[in-house]
Design a protein around this ligand. Structure first.
Ligand code: HEM
Ligand SMILES: Nc1cccc2nccn12
Length: 290
């Protein structure tokens, strides 16, 4: 299955920056969401889960068709709680009916990373909504109760190497787990809405204890009330991953550089871009003095 990006000649950088600003202002305005974490983290998760169904072996899934708008994909347990992110996007879709769901969900994720002081992430338009029967089957998103071999195999399906896998998981510096969504608890300590390399610093510096949580699922907890999933902790159990975790914990710039490139790659997996397709780097609200 090859998806060619459809270059919309009627739309310019300013049109997409206007959507970016609308999302960014809404994130800033609705700051009380989820105990004052805000919508940034869940918008990153929406873009990631829209893209994480990709399978490099047959080039199916991925963000292009916007199939996250259909109830089949929404019913995947891994997507529990993302209805809040889709509801956040509803008024944006009404105001800008010309944008595809795939473009909007990925643009929202890039906007959230940048507005939460993360790196600039390049973004290209051209995803086209596909019909419901093109929705990939449920079960393609990762399951947290696993170790390093599973993590490596999972990311290989997304065409991501060890460095990209570690960088992408660094997005767990944002937000938190919710017992009602995923059966994982906490963290009560550093649930955050700023994009930093803290995930790696915590992995290395905290004392982690593997224990059963209130829902009977295994997770790592720290005295400060932080938590790690088993797939998070796998990054310090595997020697090759551990080396990269240490680099990113000691060099936030290296983490930002790697995240910027592999997050764009994640959001664009499965899409062929014609030579004349534009690449955008959006300004943050702060950079526009808004
Ligand atoms: C092995 C890979 C991964 C697993 C098993 C995993 C699992 C999870 C789980 C269980 C949650 C909690 C959901 C909830 O209870 O609300 C979560 C949250 C989150 N994940 Fe991941 N994740 C993975 C990779 C990623 C990647 C690649 C990204 C982005 C680049 C990402 C971004 C996030 C964000 C931002 C949150 C917080 C959402 C919120 O606060 O509502 N995760 N993840
Ligand atoms: N914030 C967050 C979300 C998901 C997973 C996770 N592990 C550690 C922190 N964390």
């Amino acid at each position: 299955v090859v998806h060619i990006a459809a270059v919309n000649k009627d739309r310019s950088f300013d049109d997409y920056q206007r959507i970016y600003n609308t999302i960014a202002e809404k994130i800033r305005e609705e700051d009380e969401y989820d105990g004052y974490i805000g919508y940034g983290p869940i918008l990153v998760r929406l873009g990631w889960h829209s893209s994480g169904t990709y399978d490099k072996n047959d080039n199916t899934g991925g963000s292009y068709g916007g199939t996250m708008r259909f109830k089949l994909e929404q019913s995947d347990g891994a997507n529990n709680g993302l209805g809040n992110a889709r509801a956040f996007m509803e008024p944006i879709l009404k105001e800008f009916p010309w944008i595809s769901h795939g473009d909007l969900y990925t643009l929202g994720a890039v906007c959230a990373v940048q507005e939460l002081q993360g790196p600039k992430v390049k973004w290209r338009p051209g995803r086209v909504d596909m019909p419901e029967d093109t929705t990939p089957k449920n079960g393609r998103l990762p399951d947290a109760a696993n170790g390093a071999d599973y993590v490596r195999n999972f990311y290989a399906r997304l065409n991501m190497n060890d460095r990209e896998a570690v960088a992408l998981t660094g997005a767990h510096c944002l937000g938190r787990t919710h017992l009602k969504n995923s059966g994982f608890d906490g963290p009560w300590g550093a649930a955050s809405n700023s994009f930093t390399n803290e995930f790696f610093v915590n992995l290395l510096n905290e004392q982690w204890k593997l224990q059963k949580n209130k829902a009977g699922n295994m997770q790592y907890d720290s005295p400060k009330g932080y938590m790690m999933l088993e797939t998070d902790y796998a990054l310090v159990q595997d020697p090759a991953y551990l080396k990269i975790v240490k680099e990113f914990a000691n060099n936030e710039g290296a983490f930002f550089k790697e995240f910027a490139s592999c997050f764009q790659k994640l959001l664009e997996n499965g899409i062929d871009y014609p030579k004349d397709a534009p690449t955008y780097v959006f300004k943050t609200l702060d950079e526009q003095d808004l």
